[in-house]
Design a protein around this ligand. Structure first.
Ligand SMILES: [Zn+2]
Length: 344
């Protein structure tokens, strides 16, 4: 068994993935057709090219088009079910998935129907493949006026019963610091949600400090630019505030020029708790399995360091303790079995 085969066979866990960023080209074409949404491309190969990401504006253009094509609860059932299939294919056992409710809820689709559609896909995927998902819906920084409404939706009894575990904060980071969302996050935490904002991706250490101080962030989406501030790195390591690192996303969005210059390995070696994730796998033409391979082959982690990031991800997930213990036990057994087959 080659190193790449070994990594692909490993059991995996994903803590940072956007549901809208998992929609495959063929699915988007069908949904666009059914919902009468014109797309700038008309077949799967053109769409795959279009999905091969060029720059930040192109990323936003595609993201908006995908949201426009998602109309009905059934559309959300389908994309969630299909993501479950991708999980099974890559041996991802558990995922905490972000989606942006304010991008979808309108006079034709209530939050309750959106959640019901997503959960129908989740339940079908779990029945079929045994994969499990929980939700980290987010506030879009671009639409700060929706923050209060999003928190009301997410803290409702049906949201909590339906698998919502944390509040995220996504969208364009520049010019919209975490402090703007302090009230929303305070309210969400008071009502039992975890605090899980993006920070330290396109803005440097001040954004991460803001997420920690103003939002009491328990995990950070990205956080990679913390590497620019040694005091922040020490703080993250001392308090073990985990980072959800997405190497290929950072290359596509020009945060770093290459895997070799990506700080993943330096973060791990500085004692920061790091997890590895795919962010928007369809848009960045990647998968979580690919990210694990890049982490070792291109970013310089050892296989042992990679395995530790996976076990750490279990530990810092928002799964109940009994599920974490069970996952930890199963993953360790499977790592050992795979290592025997790999002959090392
Ligand atoms: Zn993200």
């Amino acid at each position: 068994m080659s190193l790449v085969d070994y990594i692909r066979a490993m059991p995996k866990i994903e803590l940072h993935v956007h549901l809208e960023g998992t929609v495959q080209p063929g699915t988007l074409l069908e949904l666009a057709d059914r919902n009468n949404i014109p797309l700038p491309v008309s077949d799967v190969s053109q769409l795959q090219n279009w999905y091969t990401f060029r720059d930040f504006d192109h990323f936003i253009e595609i993201y908006i088009q995908i949201c426009a094509c998602l109309k009905t609860p059934d559309d959300f059932t389908r994309i969630t079910y299909e993501y479950g299939g991708m999980m099974a294919h890559q041996n991802i056992r558990y995922a905490e998935v972000t989606w942006t409710p304010a991008s979808h809820v309108n006079e034709h689709l209530s939050f309750q129907d959106l959640l019901a559609g997503i959960n129908a896909g989740r339940d079908q995927a779990e029945r079929e493949w045994g994969v499990r998902m929980r939700w980290i819906p987010d506030i879009a920084r671009n639409f700060p006026d929706t923050a209060g409404l999003v928190v009301r939706w997410l803290t409702s009894p049906e949201a909590r019963a339906g698998g919502v575990v944390a509040l995220g904060l996504g969208g364009a980071e520049i010019g919209r610091p975490p402090e703007l969302f302090e009230d929303a996050f305070r309210e969400a935490r008071l009502k039992g949600l975890h605090s899980n904002p993006h920070a330290g991706e396109t803005v440097g250490p001040p954004s991460v400090w803001g997420a920690i101080r103003a939002l009491s962030a328990e995990r950070l989406g990205h956080g990679v630019r913390s590497i620019e501030d040694p005091a922040l790195i020490k703080y993250l390591a001392d308090y073990q505030i985990p980072l959800e690192v997405n190497p290929t996303s950072n290359l596509c969005l020009r945060v770093y020029p290459s895997y070799a210059e990506h700080p993943l390995r330096w973060l791990v070696e500085a004692g920061v708790c790091v997890t590895i994730n795919s962010d928007d796998p369809a848009l960045f033409n990647t998968t979580l399995a690919d990210e694990y391979v890049h982490a070792v082959q291109d970013c310089g982690l050892t296989v042992e360091q990679l395995e530790q990031t996976v076990l750490d991800a279990i530990q810092v997930s928002y799964a109940p303790d009994d599920e974490k213990v069970e996952m930890h036990h199963t993953f360790c057994e499977e790592f050992a079995r795979l290592r025997d087959q790999h002959g090392s």
